[in-house]
Write a protein that binds this ligand. Sequence first.
Ligand SMILES: [Zn+2]
Length: 404
Amino acid sequence: MRQSKLFYKALKKTSKDAEAISHVLLTRASFVDQAAAGIFTFLPLGFKVLKKIEDIIREEMIAIEGQEVLMPALIPKENWEKTGRWNSFDVLFKLKSKKEYGLGPTHEEIIVPLAKKIVLSYKDLPFYLFQIQTKFRDELRVKSGLLRTREFLMKDLYSFHIDEKDLGKYYEKVSKAYLNIFKRCEVKAYKTLASGGSFSQFSHEYQMPTNAGEDVIHICSKCNTAINNEIKSKVKKCPDCNGSKFEQKKAVEIGNIFNLSDKYSLPFNLKFKDKDGKEKPVIMGCYGIGLGRLMAAVVEANNDKNGIVWPKEIAPFDIHLIEINAKKQADKLYNELQKQGKEVLYDDRADKAPGEKFAEADLIGIPIRMVVSEKTLKNNSVELKNRNKKKVCLIKFSHISQII
Ligand SMILES: [Zn+2]
């Protein structure tokens, strides 16, 4: 992509209400634009990152036998009335047109009646359905940019089982998949005990420590198990190692797992015929990750005073190629790198000074910066720098393909 054609503008400042560093940097570097409070547009750079996060999550969900579906955002009022959530769900966006609908913040009200059409016997279980879809929450208060929004892209996975034991086994698989996702995005997530599940041993949040977070967690200094602030008063010792020393940190939730048990199966009468001929309720689990929030968490964890430092796997481009009075040679290199399958952002802008180009490259945060200038051409070389390192080195044109 030629930067001269990119829909992009680096901003010197952001609005005063931008407190979280991820909000400041993602706005300044033109990854997102705030259309209204808690409502964002993903610009070309941001959309590329979002799609890469989506690819990682999809891969990891398919690896644990998740099957992808796409459910509607419009969920009829009568479905919400069945579970009692039309009145009790305080963040539900209610829509009144010719009929009444809730805009889905979660999808039990669609997926349970759907499962009922397929599940008859124990032979139909287990199965695992997920979607990556836009969700809505009518939050009273939105702040911290992408960390808390009213409309957001989310991966939600639902699992259906014959009993708690089978759910427990699958829970462990999801837990590993989640850790893979966070590792590939280069964020450190703590598996955190939380309330909210029907069976406490299966209710977990994945929390990333950051000062921009709204939650507080207590990390066991012996085994790294974390406990959510809400349940800390009930837990004196670490449930995993009996340790009693904890470190308190502010954190943001980047994933969660709920054991739903039969909470939603019962109102929709989702049952199966077991081996013994008896009808039993289907046991369910649900597992969420917000993509935009994860993207913001990545930026909270990977930045310096000059800008974002994207992890390799989700960076918008592999290489940021900068041209300084060496258009012909830089054009040639741009074409060659693309032929090698590299994703390149090429700063070919003629009206920008070198200093401006370097500052904006640091702000955008692509992992590798390459500079072709009159100076490097004297050595028949390009200048190479990793975004997360200080060292700059010259590489001969003929050696580039061996280095990157
Ligand atoms: Zn412990």
